[in-house]
Design a protein around this ligand. Structure first.
Ligand code: PEP
Ligand code: MG
Length: 753
C-alpha cells in the first residue's frame, strides 16, 4: 500500500494542476477538484470548507453531500469535526465519525449515511484557511499514507483558496491558536504618524511557482544539492580561523546538525515522493510544523522551530533561485513588515510608496528608525510575532502615535484612521504656517532650530520647514548606498549639491561615522563583541587616514568660495580632535599648494557623545568653533545601555536627573566659553525633551524636519525662566525620570506638547 500511494497521489496532483490552471470560475474549478479527489481516493464524499469572517467554515464545494448544503452549511471553528480540524490545525481520521463526541449533525447535508471521515486543514502562512474532508459509507480506517496524500492535496488547494477568487482575502481568518481577525498588536513608537496600506514582507516568504513535479528523483537531487550548498557554506564558515572554537561554533554546529535531521528530511522526502517539487515539499513540511508548533508554549521547542524556519527559508531561497526582493512590485501604499532592518534596507523600496514600517525588534535610536523619521514614515517597533500573523498584502494600519498596529482592520477602524490621517494633514498644514515665524519663547529667548539630514532628498525640506540650516549632515548614508567607497570627485559633486541646495544656509558636515550598526557593504565588518564600543566612527577614520583625507578634500573643494563647517563624531578625548584637525590642516595645505580655491571660512566642531570628553571641556572648548551633543550615543554611554538592544534600550530615560544634570553642566561650560552648543540626537526632536534641553541652557536644536513644527509650537508657548527654576529643584532628587513631572509642568503652564 505505502509503495503504491505516492504514484496514485502523483497522478492526482497532475490532474489537480490541470483543473486549477484551467478555465471556469474558481467555484467551478473547486467543484471539479472535489470530484477528482473523491474519485481518486475512492471516497463517496469529498467536501471543501472555506474560512470566512467571524471564524466560520462554510461549505464551498462537495461531491457526495446534498448540493443545497453548499454555502448553507456553516460551522464555527471548534464546532463539529470540521471545526475541530480547523481549531487544532491537525488531521482527523475516524472510522466511526458519528460516535465522536464532537460530531455535529447537519440535516441539510444528508451525511447521516456516511460513517467514516477524514479531514485535514488547508493551511497557508501558518494559518488554517479551510478544511478538506473525505467521507465513506463504510467504517473505513484511513491509513497514514492516505492522510499524507490528503494533506498534500490540501496544500495545492491552499493556492486556490488563498487566491482571493473564492472569498475576499480579507475574510481568510487566521485561527493559529491566538490570532483572530481583526488583530491589534502593540509595540513601541519609533516614529509618530499614521500610515494606511498593505503589508509587504521585507523578507518575503519565497513565492513558489512550481508545486507539482514531473519526476520525484530529480526533485530529490535538487533537495540534496540545495542542502549540500548550505552545508558547504557552513563548512566554509567553520574553516575561518575565528571559528576554530567558541560558543558561536557550537551554535552553528547544532544548526548544521539540523541539515541532517532524519525526521525532518524524511518528511520532506515523503512529500516529494507524493509528487511535489522539492520547494513545495519543504514548504509543506514547514507549514505543518508551524501550524502544530504554534500551539506549543515550550520556549526551547519554539527556539528549535526558529532554527528550522531559518533553514527552510534558506532552502527555499536556494531551490527557487534566490532573489526574493519585492523591488519593482511595491504596492502604491506599502507597509513594510520586518524582523529588523539595517538603515540602508529601506532604500530598496521606493520611499514615495512607503506608508509605514513595522518591526518585530527595534529601538528609538536605531538607524533605520532615524532614516524612517527623515522620510517621515511612521514606525512601530517591537511588535512581537507580527511576521507570524501577517500575510503579504494584508491591509495594515500603522499607528505610530499610539504604538499600535492593526492587521486586516474592519471598515470602522479604517474610517476612523482615514479621518485621523486627514486631520493630521491639516495639522501639518498648520505647522507650515509657522515656518516663517521665529522660534522664540514667550519670555523672549531665541532658539535656533536646525535640521538633521543624511540624504539629498532631505534638503527639499530645508525651506519648507523654516530651519536655520543643517545642524547635522550624516555623511555615511551616501557611503552606505553605494557598492564601493566613493572617490574624491564623487564626494565633491555630492557635497557641492548639498551646499547648493542649502542655498547659503549653513550645513554642518559630520565626517564618516560608520561601524556599530552602520555597516558599509564593501567593508567587511570586523567581528566584535561590542560593536557600539568598538572600532567605529573617528576610530576608523583616524586609523585609515586616507578615507578621512579624501572626504575632507572633497568637502574643501565643494565649499570653495563659501563657509565650510566640519564636525568630527565619537571624539572621546581631546587628542583625537587634535589629530583629526591636523589631518584637516594637511588637506587645507594640500589644496593651497595646488592653488585650488579655498572656503571663505572653516569652522571645526566636535560631537560630544562620549562622556569622557566632557571631563576635558577646558582643553576642548578653546580648540573648537562649536560642539554638538549626540544624545543617542551619549545616553547609551552614560547609562551603559546598548541603544540597539530592545531588551534594555528603554530602561533609562534621557529625562533622568543624571542625563539632565550632565547636559546642564555642559551647557553652562560652553556658554561661559562662548562656544555654541547644540543637541542633534533624537531628543531634540521631541517637544517635551526639547523643553528640558532649553531649560538646561541649550539654545540650538537640530532635528528631523517633521519634528520642526511640533517643537517650534512648543517653544513659542514656553517661558524658559519658570521651567529652569522648576528643573533646578528636581535635578538632585532620586527620581528615575522627570518625564511625568515635566509633562505636568507643561500642562499647568500652557506649554503645547
Ligand atoms: C547621536 O549619537 O546622537 C547622533 C546624533 O549620532 P548618530 O545617531 O548618527 O550616531
Ligand atoms: Mg552618534
Amino acid at each position: 500500500m505505502s509503495a503504491a500511494m505516492p504514484s496514485v497521489s502523483r497522478r492526482l496532483l497532475a490532474r489537480l494542476r490541470d483543473v486549477m490552471a484551467g478555465g471556469g470560475t474558481a467555484e467551478e474549478r473547486l467543484g471539479k477538484v472535489v470530484m477528482l479527489i473523491a474519485a481518486d481516493m475512492v471516497a463517496e464524499v469529498c467536501s471543501c470548507y472555506v474560512m470566512r469572517a467571524g471564524e466560520v467554515l462554510e461549505l464551498f464545494a462537495t461531491e457526495g453531500l446534498k448540493k443545497q448544503a453548499v454555502h448553507n452549511t456553516r460551522l464555527r471553528v471548534g464546532e463539529g469535526l470540521v471545526g475541530d480540524v480547523a481549531a487544532h490545525a491537525r488531521p482527523l481520521a475516524l472510522a466511526d465519525a458519528q460516535s465522536h463526541p464532537n460530531f455535529a449533525y447537519r440535516p441539510e447535508t444528508g451525511e447521516e449515511i456516511f460513517h467514516s471521515l477524514m479531514g485535514v486543514p488547508i493551511i497557508r502562512g501558518g494559518r488554517v484557511i479551510g478544511v478538506l474532508v473525505v467521507q465513506n459509507r463504510s467504517m473505513r480506517h484511513y491509513t497514514d499514507e492516505e492522510i499524507e496524500t490528503l494533506e498534500t492535496v490540501a496544500m495545492v488547494l491552499a493556492e486556490l483558496v488563498a487566491s482571493g477568487e473564492l472569498v475576499n482575502r480579507d475574510e481568510l481568518v487566521p485561527v493559529d491558536g491566538n490570532a483572530l481577525l481583526p488583530l491589534r498588536l502593540e509595540g513601541i513608537r519609533l516614529n509618530a504618524g499614521v500610515g494606511i496600506g498593505v503589508a509587504v514582507l521585507h523578507q518575503p516568504r519565497v513565492a513558489i511557482r512550481r508545486l507539482v513535479a514531473e519526476d520525484p528523483d530529480t526533485e530529490m537531487e535538487r533537495l540534496k544539492s540545495a542542502l549540500a550548498g548550505i552545508r558547504d557554506a557552513l563548512d566554509e564558515l567553520f574553516s575561518r580561523p575565528e571559528m576554530r572554537d567558541g560558543e558561536h561554533r557550537d551554535v552553528l554546529e547544532t544548526y548544521r546538525m539540523f541539515t541532517e535531521d532524519k525526521g525532518w528530511l524524511g518528511r520532506i522526502g515523503e512529500a516529494i515522493r507524493t509528487g511535489l517539487t522539492a520547494e513545495a515539499a519543504v514548504q509543506k513540511v514547514h507549514e505543518d510544523m508551524r501550524a502544530r508548533m504554534s500551539q506549543i508554549s515550550d520556549p526551547y521547542l519554539r527556539e528549535r522551530m526558529h532554527d528550522f524556519e531559518d533553514l527552510a527559508n534558506r532552502l527555499l531561497q536556494r531551490l527557487s533561485g534566490g532573489d526574493a526582493s519585492p523591488r519593482g512590485e511595491l504596492p502604491a501604499d506599502a507597509i513594510l513588515v520586518a524582523r529588523t532592518m539595517g538603515p540602508m534596507d529601506l532604500f530598496d523600496y521606493d520611499p514615495k510608496r512607503l506608508r509605514g514600517l513595522v518591526l518585530e525588534e527595534g529601538s528609538p535610536t536605531m538607524h533605520v528608525a532615524i532614516v524612517a523619521r527623515a522620510l517621515d514614515i511612521p514606525v512601530v517597533g517591537r511588535c512581537k510575532e507580527v511576521l507570524d500573523k501577517v500575510e503579504a498584502l494584508d491591509p495594515v494600519i500603522v499607528d505610530g502615535d499610539n504604538a499600535q498596529v492593526f492587521l486586516r482592520p474592519s471598515e470602522d477602524i479604517r474610517d476612523i484612521f482615514a479621518e485621523a490621517l486627514s486631520r493630521r494633514e491639516l495639522r501639518v498644514a498648520g505647522y507650515a504656517k509657522l515656518k516663517d515665524l521665529p522660534a522664540v519663547t514667550r519670555d523672549g529667548v531665541s532658539v535656533s532650530l536646525m535640521m538633521n539630514a543624511g540624504l539629498l532628498l532631505d534638503l527639499q525640506h530645508l525651506d519648507e520647514s523654516g530651519a536655520d540650516g543643517i545642524g547635522l549632515y550624516r555623511t555615511e548614508l551616501p557611503f552606505m548606498a553605494r557598492s564601493s567607497l566613493p572617490d574624491v570627485t564623487a564626494q565633491t559633486v555630492l557635497y557641492r549639491k548639498i551646499m547648493d541646495q542649502a542655498a547659503g544656509k549653513p550645513v554642518v558636515f559630520r565626517t564618516l561615522d560608520v561601524g556599530g550598526d552602520k555597516v558599509l557593504p564593501y567593508w567587511n565588518p570586523y567581528e566584535e563583541d561590542n560593536p557600539a564600543l568598538g572600532w567605529r566612527s573617528i576610530r576608523i577614520t583616524l586609523d585609515r587616514p586616507a578615507v578621512m583625507r579624501h572626504q575632507l578634500r572633497a568637502l574643501l573643494r565643494a565649499a570653495a568660495g563659501r563657509e565650510l563647517r566640519v564636525m568630527f563624531p565619537m571624539i572621546a578625548e581631546v587628542a583625537e580632535l587634535v589629530e583629526a584637525r591636523r589631518i584637516l590642516d594637511l588637506e587645507i595645505e594640500h589644496e593651497r599648494d595646488r592653488d585650488h580655491p579655498q572656503p571663505t571660512a572653516i569652522k571645526v566642531g566636535t560631537m560630544l557623545e562620549v562622556p569622557a570628553l566632557a571631563f576635558q571641556l577646558d582643553a576642548l572648548l578653546p580648540r573648537v568653533d562649536f560642539v554638538s551633543i549626540g544624545s543617542n550615543d551619549m545616553a547609551q554611554f552614560l547609562f551603559a545601555v546598548d541603544r540597539g538592544n530592545p531588551r534594555i534600550s528603554e530602561r533609562y530615560d534621557p529625562l533622568a536627573p543624571a542625563m539632565l544634570t550632565f547636559l546642564c553642566g555642559v551647557a553652562a561650560k560652553c556658554d561661559a566659553a562662548g562656544v555654541p552648543l547644540s543637541v542633534c540626537g533624537e531628543m531634540a526632536g521631541r517637544p517635551l525633551e526639547a523643553m528640558a534641553l532649553i531649560a538646561c541652557g541649550v539654545r540650538t536644536l537640530s532635528l528631523a524636519s517633521p519634528a520642526m513644527g511640533p517643537v517650534k509650537t512648543m517653544i513659542r508657548s514656553l517661558e524658559v525662566a519658570p521651567v529652569r527654576a522648576y528643573l533646578d529643584g528636581l535635578l538632585h532628587g532620586p527620581d528615575r525620570s522627570l518625564r511625568n513631572k515635566l509633562k505636568c509642568f507643561a500642562l499647568d503652564h500652557g506649554v503645547v506638547l
